[in-house]
Design a protein around this ligand. Sequence first.
Ligand code: HEC
Ligand code: HEC
Ligand code: HEC
Length: 284
Amino acid sequence: MRWTYFIFLQCLLIAVVGTVVYIHKDKVNVHKTPPASLAKWYKPENKRQEWLHNMFKLRREIQAVKLYSTSNEDELLDKWTAQLSKHYLRISEMVPEWDKKLDEEALTQLQTSVKNRDQQGVSLALDDLNTSCNSCHQDYRSTVATMYRAPDFSSIKLSQPVAYKEHMKALITQVNQIKIASEDGKRDVALSSLSELKHGIQLQGETCVQCHKKETKLYPDVEMTQTIANLEQSLSNGTLKEQGKALGTLAVQVCASCHGTHRIAYDNRKVFVDGPNWRELIKH
Ligand code: HEC
Ligand code: HEC
Ligand code: HEC
């Protein structure tokens, strides 16, 4: 009797957990993250993005093998097949955990077909090889690109003792203060907030060089500076409509375009690198 009671409780528990997961299935996004050993082949552990460069070679080598197999240039076909083999096997030398992802049978098939000058065999083996490329890409390509190549703002420092995120909050407060003051006809408040915003933008501009070392990024650039001047003028003696337009343009040029590349990528990077925050997930 006690046993049936126990088993019943177990079944009930499994059913409850199953139902909760099922109900939320459209809100749960599962992604695979790569083995930690991959980090060795990316900056900062590596001088170059070595993993990615091996990938570029593979794509080029497949193209060359296809080309020389159909044009019957045997010497070149042999050369590129050898390179393709080397770089394909390099995948599991670099990340041993991904050994199972390779289709070594397809590679042997390719080498044999090349040796026999069997054009159709080469084509079929390349198709199989491509299937193995695609299967790994489906699982990992975008996660890896985001984790290892998206800009990382976690250690960006401002020249004043304020955290990067707090600086962002100050910027948006100033933008909104200008909007509120403009709507309510408080010209002096709007102008003094703009002056603070200008200072904040200047401070922001000093941080670009921490990543953009070769080609420096001008921030604010000529167009942004012009828009700031337009806004200042319209806040002094323009119509409400002119003020709104100038502020909107400024927000796009100075804030949104940077968020479109840097912030979206950084946000995603955090999700993959830090993993899910279970406490927050359960709370929601
Ligand atoms: C075991 C996993 C794995 C296998 C197998 C694999 N790749 Fe990749 N590949 C990746 C990952 C991870 C990335 C993302 C790297 C990045 O963006 O930094 C990638 C990226 C690429 C890219 C760059 C994509 C782009 O357009 O930016 C190319 C090209 C590429 N792979 C070609 C190949 C070819 C060709 C093969 C098969 C011969 C292959 N890969 C097999 C994991 C794999
Ligand atoms: C944490 C590092 C980091 C910081 C800080 C940073 N960027 Fe970038 N930025 C990148 C990376 C990485 C790319 C990707 C393209 C590349 O490799 O150049 C990029 C791309 C860009 C691009 C588009 C591609 C191009 O070269 O035109 C612009 C524009 C840009 N950044 C402007 C800025 C400005 C302006 C600032 C300062 C307000 C800034 N960035 C701060 C890392 C950073
Ligand atoms: C380098 C390009 C860049 C520029 C230019 C930029 N931001 Fe950001 N912004 C970021 C990044 C990166 C984050 C994410 C910071 C983090 O999560 O630590 C962010 C986050 C924010 C946040 C969210 C802060 C929070 O509480 O999480 C706000 C609000 C914001 N920015 C407003 C602005 C405004 C307003 C401007 C224009 C005046 C602006 N940003 C200009 C890159 C930029």
